[in-house]
Design a protein around this ligand. Sequence first.
Ligand SMILES: Nc1ncnc2c1ncn2[C@@H]1O[C@H](COP(=O)(O)OP(=O)(O)OP(=O)(O)O)[C@@H](O)[C@H]1O
Ligand SMILES: [Zn+2]
Ligand SMILES: [Zn+2]
Length: 823
Amino acid sequence: MEKIEFVKVIINNKSNRTDREYTYGVSKSLQEKICIGSRVIIPFGQGNKLIEGYVVDQVDKIDFDYSKIKYVKEIVDEKAFVSKELIDLCRWMKEKYMCRFIDAIQCVIPTGASLRSKKVITLSDTFSEKELSNYNLSSKHMKIIKLLLTRKKVTDVFLKNTFKDIDIQPLLKSLADKKIIIIKTNLKGDVNTAFEKIIRLCNTEEPMKLIEKLSKNAKKQREILFYLAEHKEVIWSELREAMNISTSTINILLKKGFIEVDLVKKRRKPYEHMQIASTKPLTLTEEQSQAVKKIVPYIQKNEYSPFLIHGVTGSGKTEIYMQLIDTVLEQGKEAIVLVPEIALTTQMIERFKGRFGNIVAVLHSKLSLGERYDEWNRIDQGEVKIVIGARSAVFSPFHNLGIIIIDEEHEYTYKSEANPKYHTIDVAKFRCQKNNAVLILGSATPSIESYTNALEGEYIKIKLQSRFNNNPMPHVEIVDMRKELDKGNKSAFSESLYKGIMNNLKKGEQTILFLNRRGYATFISCRKCGYVVKCPYCEISLTYHASSNKASCHYCGYTKIPPNICPDCKSKYIKYFGVGTEKIENLTKKYFPKVRVARLDLDTTSKKGAMDQIIFKFRKGDIDILIGTQMVAKGLDFPNVTLVGVIAADVSLNLPDFRAAEKTFQLITQVAGRAGRGNGLGRVIVQTYEPEHFSITSAQKHDYISFYNQEIMIRKEFMYPPYSKLINILFTGKNESDLIKVANNFANSLKEKLLQYNIKEVVFGPHPAPLSKIKEKYRWQIIIKSKPVDQNVIKGIINYMRLEKEYLKNINISMDIDPYSML
Ligand SMILES: Nc1ncnc2c1ncn2[C@@H]1O[C@H](COP(=O)(O)OP(=O)(O)OP(=O)(O)O)[C@@H](O)[C@H]1O
Ligand SMILES: [Zn+2]
Ligand SMILES: [Zn+2]
């Protein structure tokens, strides 16, 4: 193997100024082992503080003085921590999304794996307790020493937490100066490999002979030996549980030399205890079979090929995915399957574990750090072949990727809202290209962009027009809520919906009620003077939650008890307006007493496992009516649901967003698609104040094409994506006048520079963002709306501008390339 003498390293540090590749030398002893993707410890800065870094490149020569070069101190892991493919991906993300290199690297490593420096403090060898009095120490010093005498080793973090109001740094320094303690800086991650104790009999003698040696009274010990003789090796915690024994009993056996204890690496496996029946591939319908036949040759050809499967709700896309993966596995390759919502992972995991068993791993943010770390390792080590997960699972560290499947590809959750603001489809495309893999985008309601790409030939389009059982699509009725008002019905339930639910209950069939707004009332205001209760930190009205009797901010979490009297005019006419899911739950219970009702939204699913429990009960038939936000709207497969009610279709229609119509069409079509999947016919009732809107009327007819044709004309007319490219530059800071100054300067010099390239009239703003203040920080934005061909030039200029000037501190500038939401 060639020897690597110099490497380029990205350091793990969140500053813009250190966002560059630093060159380090590699000493002889490390040259064989180091490679791109290695995690290293390096001395950095003037003090040569040791920090973590990632090798992103290797070089033969350096163009500066050899004597000035610093050397890599240590390689952290046995193998490369990140593959070269993923390092290349990070480099591409940095360019594409204008983020820091390290931000991209954080995406491809498991959360909590980054090493941070921690100080470990021990007593020095020369220190003797007897001489303590000679040192002339304060009582605070003594506290630390006493702690060290009992605990031997502590970290600075531990000390800080123990002595909350004492500044420990100077104390530690003086103790170290006096050579009483030793301070070592260690780099440590937040998660560690878990170990577990394994117990087995010593091999030396036959088990029965061992047992004979025990005295008659040692009943427990005898039982343990019998148990071990039978089970060979057992995990300590399981043994303890199975036999109800104490550590001391085990220790006695250890001392006698009858048993031995081993530490083995433990993998924390989420969903391990889920009971899943195993399944065989289903006989495909004609349409499904056509789809599989079309794609399989591309998997075998080993060539990047992207597909858009446009299949109506209930057409059986999942079965197609699974049969495609069969081929991928035959090729010795691996598969990533992405779902847009954690609520959907359980159903997907059930289906995939049922079919593929133990080779399925799971990655999403509701797992513990340790579970995620272990799943990541199982993927990296090739212990599994399939990953099911949310957005971030697109970064799964497979080494021989054969397919990435993005289910419900139109979902906004595939766009990251945190830095780097990547889109999962872009990342998946990049990885599939590099791996000669197949990319599958599946949806009943493809995004306008994806469908346009398919029409233009970038994706191969596959259509599924009927449900797997040839069930008709559900019948959709639109209810004009203005007419309900005329009739004198002020309730959130139209007459039609009320009767529909009644009828369904009588038949013993299930109902889903959908409203994309959680809470009880969406704003609280004074009827006399119009005062609205708002979050003091965000420019947003507070939502009332009846179960806790609190008004809360859905952006920063601030809560308070709502006022009885208007703080402005002192009137008593404080009223609650706007209906949320919690209110619908209350009303449902009121109108339909004794009916089993449950609610699925962020508020009812914050506890681990709560979501699965609700879904499980509903599937089992223990719930008659399920009320929920978009969590219930997509992908879930409940055969006994025959009625879906959309409480207010206008919620998404009225958003200040060019995608409002698209979102509305998707939501209605998707939630309607939950009805009539089993034997019964499905029925959908959509309540709205805008019954003529084309997003609602096309959803009524299940007519995607008609929706697409109308929407794409509007996009063209107003130059919105896919006819243009957008960049949203967001400025945030606590001082609004500084913020405006910086944003204005930025916009002006951007306009000026773009003129040199003859790019005009593409910079809009700065103006306050629709959410103009969050968590005490003001938000202003510049929107750049350009021809697609110009975007790279514009990005180049912005990048240059960012490096050229030191902008005011305390003002953060963040880039969103191809933003999904402009809020
Ligand atoms: N060939 C088949 N034979 C029998 N049952 C099938 C077949 N294909 C699919 N199904 C069943 O049809 C139901 C719906 O399938 P699936 O959930 O994959 O639909 P989908 O296309 O993903 O719909 P949506 O877009 O609404 O999520 C599932 O219960 C599945 O088991
Ligand atoms: Zn008032
Ligand atoms: Zn707030």
